[in-house]
Each structure stands twice: as structure tokens, then as C-alpha cells.
Write a protein that binds this ligand. Structure first.
Ligand SMILES: Cc1ncc(C[n+]2csc(CCOP(=O)(O)OP(=O)(O)O)c2C)c(N)n1
Length: 283
């Protein structure tokens, strides 16, 4: 397949993930729409084109791993994995209800395709570093991808993990920073800023750093991941300049962390996502 065709397929996949993420959170009526919507294109690229996974065998030993360290973006993972065939997508519509296998934060013991349990910010990247080291020691040809938030990068544990990964030359590890400029209480720069930027920090810790100008553009993300694959001897950090709440009519304007919109607002958002999917498919 030519690259242009691949990118068009990824744009369609992203629009599907966006719609299913809204439906999943909408089934509960409230939740983390903002931080789920900002990582949609990156998930589309990873699961649509890059990662080796087997939906029929989620624990396949030679698979690539994906860890959502900002675990509150679980619904975007569930939409992606459902569309990829790990389970019927409708199962995700039990999000956070009693006895569900789809808790609001990702849990490896519950949901097929979830590689590591997350939710306490900062811990997921440490576990992902451990997984990457283990795969390297076992000489497996697999990559570990880990998503962290820009607010999550306020956690000291992120930097212990970063130091460890560089020391052990984990070039099978790719950290995607969802740099949407917002955290729970407001703007990152106002609550706990990153001075010269998150990329500069990872660079200082000995990582290969790639800045993606539009972190909601599948082609820019794809090119960054391909470039990460070419880097040997150090882990790669891809800083995605994203928009919190991207594509959710009630969340994008404010960049809200969690949302509890009215029934009418849900209907409007889902209709807009359906229209966007139809538009992208027609391109
Ligand atoms: C250790 C820890 N402290 C606090 C929280 C509560 N919490 C959940 S999300 C969040 C904000 C995270 O901001 P960011 O990483 O920027 O996420 P995004 O904006 O991408 O949703 C906080 C403080 C948590 N889950 N874990």
C-alpha cells in the first residue's frame, strides 16, 4: 500500500476511535473526555499501522506493548482495542459500571489487550520501562510504547524512569508525551510548568527527542514513530503537541479534564463525530 493510502486509512481509523470513545464515555454519561480525545490519532497510528499485536492472542509474547500511563484515557484505549477486534466494541459501553471489564482507568487483569495496569500517575512509565528491559533481556524484537501526560510529568517518578531507561539504553522504548498544555486543575504552565519544555528535559536525561508540531495529525505521528525505530542506543520521547478534548463539541473549547454534559450535548457531540467520520471516509 502506498503511504498516502495508509495515511487515509489511519485518518478513518482515528475518526472511528473518536466516535467510539465518545459512545463509550457517553454510555456512562460522564468521564475523562479531554485526555482521551487528545491521544486518538496516536493510538490510530500505533494500532492501525505500527504495532505487532494479535487480537486473538492478547498476551502473545512477541507483541509490541502499549501502556497508557495517563490511565484516565482508558476509554480511548477501549475504543481502539474494540475496533481492532480484541472484543466486540459494545462491551466497552459498560464503562465503569458494576462488574464491568472496562474500568475508567486501564487494568491488565480485566480488559483484553491492556498490557499494564495504570491510574496512579507516574507509575505506568516505570512499569513500561521494566517491560522494555525485560523484552531486551529476552532478546525479543518488540517495542514498548507508553503514553504520559504533560501534567503527569510533574510526578518525580517519571524522571526516575527516564533516567533508568537512558542508563539501560532502552531503544525498544518509545514514550509519547500528550502535550495538551492542560492538567486536572487548569493550564500546566500555571500549575507546575516545565520551564524549557518537556522535550528539553527528556533530552537532558539522555533520550532521543522528536517534537511533533501537530500531535493530532496521523502522518506527522507516523513519521515520528518511524524515525524512533531508526534510533539505536537510547530511548525515544515523542512530544505530541495536541489539543485536549479534540473533536468533542462540549469539551474542546474549554479543554475540560472531565465532563458531565447533558443528554442534548452528548447527542450533539456524537452526531458531530459521525459527520466527521463520514467526511473523512469520503476524502
Ligand atoms: C499520583 C496521582 N495523583 C493525582 C491523580 C489525579 N489525576 C488524575 S488525571 C490528573 C491530571 C493529569 O494531567 P495530564 O497528565 O496532563 O493529563 P491530560 O491532560 O492529558 O488528561 C490528576 C491530577 C492521579 N491519578 N494520580
Amino acid at each position: 500500500m502506498q503511504k498516502a493510502e495508509k495515511m487515509q486509512a489511519l485518518r478513518v481509523f482515528a475518526a472511528e476511535i473518536r466516535l467510539e470513545t465518545l459512545k463509550t464515555i457517553g454510555s456512562l454519561g460522564f468521564g475523562h473526555v479531554g485526555g482521551s480525545m487528545s491521544v486518538v490519532e496516536a493510538l490510530a497510528v500505533l494500532y492501525g499501522e505500527v504495532m505487532k499485536v494479535d487480537p486473538k492472542n492478547p498476551r502473545w509474547e512477541d507483541r509490541d506493548w502499549c501502556v497508557m500511563s495517563k490511565g484516565h484515557a482508558g476509554p480511548a484505549m477501549y475504543a481502539t482495542l474494540g475496533l481492532k477486534g480484541f472484543y466486540p466494541i459494545e462491551q466497552a459501553y459498560t464503562l465503569n459500571k458494576p462488574h464491568t471489564n472496562f474500568p475508567s482507568h486501564t487494568d491488565r487483569t480485566k480488559t483484553p489487550g491492556i498490557d499494564l495496569t495504570t491510574g496512579s500517575l507516574g507509575q505506568g512509565i516505570s512499569s513500561a520501562v521494566g517491560a522494555a528491559l525485560g523484552n531486551k533481556m529476552d532478546e525479543r524484537d518488540s517495542h514498548v510504547f507508553v503514553f504520559v501526560g504533560d501534567g503527569e510529568c510533574d510526578e518525580g517518578q517519571v524522571w526516575e524512569a527516564a533516567q533508568f531507561a537512558a542508563h539501560y539504553k532502552l531503544d525498544n522504548l518509545v514514550c509519547l508525551v500528550d502535550d495538551n498544555k492542560m492538567q486536572l486543575d487548569g493550564k500546566v504552565e500555571e500549575i507546575m510548568g516545565h520551564a524549557k519544555g518537556i522535550g528539553a528535559k527528556f533530552d537532558a536525561f539522555g533520550w532521543n527527542v522528536i517534537n511533533v508540531e501537530n500531535g493530532n495529525d496521523v502522518e506527522q505521528i507516523y513519521d515520528a514513530v518511524m524515525s524512533a525505530y531508526d534510533c539505536k542506543g537510547k530511548p525515544t520521547c515523542i512530544v505530541l503537541n495536541t489539543t485536549k478534548g479534540k473533536g468533542a463539541t462540549f469539551a474542546e473549547p474549554s479543554g475540560a479534564h472531565s465532563s458531565q454534559p447533558s443528554k442534548e450535548q452528548w447527542d450533539e457531540a456524537i452526531a458531530a463525530a459521525e459527520a466527521e467520520l463520514a467526511k473523512v471516509k469520503a476524502q
